[in-house]
Design a protein around this ligand. Structure first.
Ligand SMILES: *Cc1c(COP(=O)(O)O)cnc(C)c1O
Length: 421
């Protein structure tokens, strides 16, 4: 459920007409709904109702805007970060260091040192080699690093290959068969406090089966680790719960079903559970608002050329992702169209042969469910400045990221001395 609804014949975000934002800020622009983010944070927390004191560490990479993070910080969420940039954003937005989990396969010594010095809940280590580096950094600083190993349970997530992470062929985690040895090694290393286990098998999962299989394997590992004398007090179950994009497809499992499954499997684990939801918190809380530049005739269907492009919203070209595309002010008739951006790539195609509301040049459209893995993946390809972002709350709205200034973008380039001043 979200708060982007038709009211008086035009799509609003909460109480604000999207056309008002487009007129003031220009297009393309991302628009986020506070009420939707709050709702999802609460739905997720309520779904874990039976679980004692879970740490819900929002996966910052889904949408790292500081205003988004500050909204979620007020809901009591922590952060799952995968770079020191994300760590600094989370701190800047008011997320307590003690609620930050540091994930990622390539943490550098400098990143480890910064997080150690400023505090965090846990490092999720992805290899013995990483444990050795962290041990050296922590020892040098005279600090102790709380750690878990992310294990790779070798289950097929059943999601798009580019967002599946839990098979032996992926770069992520310690293969579960080698986990006991990895924990044995970590125990010998100075500066590490081995406290947990972690797993994350992929994103946009639309079936609980792979998650259930992964958690079951993790539970067995906890037993084996305890038998080997390790004190395991934390289990991080990652993120990955899918959300509805295409209303024609069956809905993904509900947070409630997920919560029940987790409660059942973890009932006798006696650990603090950590969760890292990203997409399910912010995905439906954002839209990308764009204007139709022109409608160009095509062989099979007309091309609706937008002022948004693949550099603003990469998911369709990167993952073949499907986003609903709706006119902001529906005209009451439909068309079949190829929806494209102005970038000089055939991949700059958002939809092919799409049945959608009729649009004309100058009309506004929205890409729905564009709150996650959208603005944050934008680039300046084709020298297109990064898009503005707006946050709505009730009848208030505010620019939470300025549109990038094209002159500033160009000025960041430098001429070498031999090419001029
Ligand atoms: C991306 C990621 C998440 C969040 O995944 P969602 O599908 O957005 O919930 C959680 N944990 C880790 C380690 C990740 O890389």
């Amino acid at each position: 459920m979200d708060h982007f609804n038709l009211r008086d014949g035009a799509v609003h975000c909460e109480d604000v007409p999207l056309a008002e934002i487009a007129a003031a800020v220009g297009t393309p622009v991302y628009v986020y709904s506070t009420a939707t983010m709050q709702r999802h944070a609460r739905v997720f927390r309520d779904a874990l109702g039976g679980i004692d004191d879970p740490l819900i560490a929002y996966a910052v990479k889904a949408n790292p805007n500081k205003a988004v993070l500050a909204t979620l910080a007020r809901e009591g969420l922590g952060a799952d970060v995968v770079s020191i940039g994300e760590y600094k954003r989370a701190i800047a937005a008011g997320i307590p260091a003690g609620r930050i989990v540091f994930s990622g396969v390539g943490k550098t010594a400098a990143e480890m040192a910064h997080a150690l010095e400023h505090g965090l809940y846990q490092f999720n280590l992805e290899s013995v080699e990483e444990a050795e580096m962290l041990s050296a950094v922590a020892s040098r600083l005279g600090l102790e690093a709380p750690v878990a190993f992310r294990v790779n349970p070798d289950v097929e997530a059943g999601s798009h290959p580019k967002i599946s992470t839990g098979s032996v062929h992926n770069k992520f985690g310690v293969p579960i068969g080698e986990a006991l040895a990895a924990y044995g090694r970590a125990r010998e290393l100075p500066g590490l406090k081995v406290q947990g286990v972690a797993v994350h098998i992929g994103s946009q999962l639309t079936d609980l089966g792979p998650l259930r299989a992964a958690f079951t394997k993790l539970g067995e590992l906890i037993g084996d680790l305890r038998k080997a004398g390790h004190d395991i007090s934390v289990a991080d179950l990652g993120g990955g719960l899918g959300i509805p994009y295409d209303p024609a497809l069956p809905p993904p499992p509900s947070p409630l079903d997920y919560g029940r499954m987790v409660a059942e499997i973890t009932a006798d684990w006696h650990v603090r559970l950590v969760f890292e939801p990203g997409r399910m918190i912010v995905g439906n809380a954002g839209v990308l608002l764009s204007e139709v530049i022109r409608v160009k005739p095509g062989a099979a269907a007309p091309f609706v050329v937008l002022d948004a492009a693949m550099n603003d919203l990469m998911r369709p070209s990167l993952y073949d992702a499907w986003h609903a595309i709706d006119p902001v002010t529906p005209r009451g008739s439909e068309m079949t169209a190829n929806v494209v951006g102005p970038v000089c790539e055939t991949g700059d195609t958002f939809a092919t042969g799409r049945r959608m509301g009729q649009v004309q040049p100058g009309d506004l459209i929205v890409f729905r469910t564009a709150g996650a893995y959208a603005a944050t993946m934008a680039s300046t390809y084709n020298s297109r400045p990064l898009t503005a972002e707006v946050l709505v709350s009730g009848n208030n709205w505010s620019v939470v990221r300025e549109r990038q200034d094209i002159e500033a973008l160009i000025a960041a380039d430098r001429l070498p001395p031999w090419l001029g001043p």
